[in-house]
Design a protein around this ligand. Structure first.
Ligand code: TPP
Ligand code: MG
Length: 185
């Protein structure tokens, strides 16, 4: 499956959950397919979407909170997997689009072909960690994990394919923060 197809499958499954996006194409793809006030886009700060997601999940224990991450981002902050597992927010769903490359900066290979990130998450202490390779597996896996006690991890294996013509997030960081905070209050 292509990365774009994973987004096309995943985004219609969202309700009003806050979604914290990793930087680069993860933000851009989501923004161009369906911008939402509940979307927090990282503009830079690679690796930190999961930390912010953890903070939001701890502060909003009665809402499901989703982190939409990339393999390069997860590899950069692997310690956060341990922190999430240790804090164990029941409401956190960590989704990773794993294309085995740093696609946003020119498709340099990451090492997620050799390091199964879902096994790292499970070993760290996530309650469940699921890997899917096919588009039709996304919906049932996501729905199952959304109904499970967190923290849970969904690794979606994709082929790189982002269209470089896909626009950038046009909101300023201040606008992103302001509207996101409003949806939380
Ligand atoms: C600290 C830091 N290092 C490097 C970058 C440049 N950078 C932006 S996105 C990205 C790749 C992210 O990789 P991944 O999470 O796998 O997402 P993909 O691009 O494959 O969708 C890189 C290296 C950055 N923004 N910040
Ligand atoms: Mg990647």
């Amino acid at each position: 499956m292509k990365g774009t197809e994973a987004f096309q499958e995943l985004l219609p499954l969202l309700g009003n959950e806050p979604v914290i996006h990793a930087n680069g194409f993860i933000c851009r793809e989501s923004f161009s397919l369906k911008d939402r006030e509940e979307n927090f886009y990282m503009i830079g700060s690679m690796g930190l979407a999961s930390s912010i997601g953890l903070g939001v999940a701890l502060c909003q224990p009665n809402r499901k909170v989703i982190v939409l991450d990339g393999d390069g981002n997860v590899l950069m902050s692997m310690g956060t997997l341990a922190m999430i597992a240790a804090e164990a927010p029941k409401n956190l769903v960590h989704v990773v689009i794993d294309n085995e490359v740093y696609e946003s900066t020119g498709k340099q290979r990451s090492i997620s072909n050799a390091v199964p990130l879902e096994q790292v998450a499970k070993s760290a202490g996530y309650r469940q960690a699921v890997r899917v390779d096919k588009r039709e597996e996304i919906k049932p896996a996501f729905e199952k994990l959304m109904n499970a006690e967190g923290p849970v991890f969904l690794l979606i294996k994709v082929e790189p394919c982002f269209d470089h013509k896909t626009g950038r997030v046009t909101h300023t960081p201040e606008e992103i923060t302001e509207r996101f905070m409003k949806t939380l209050s």
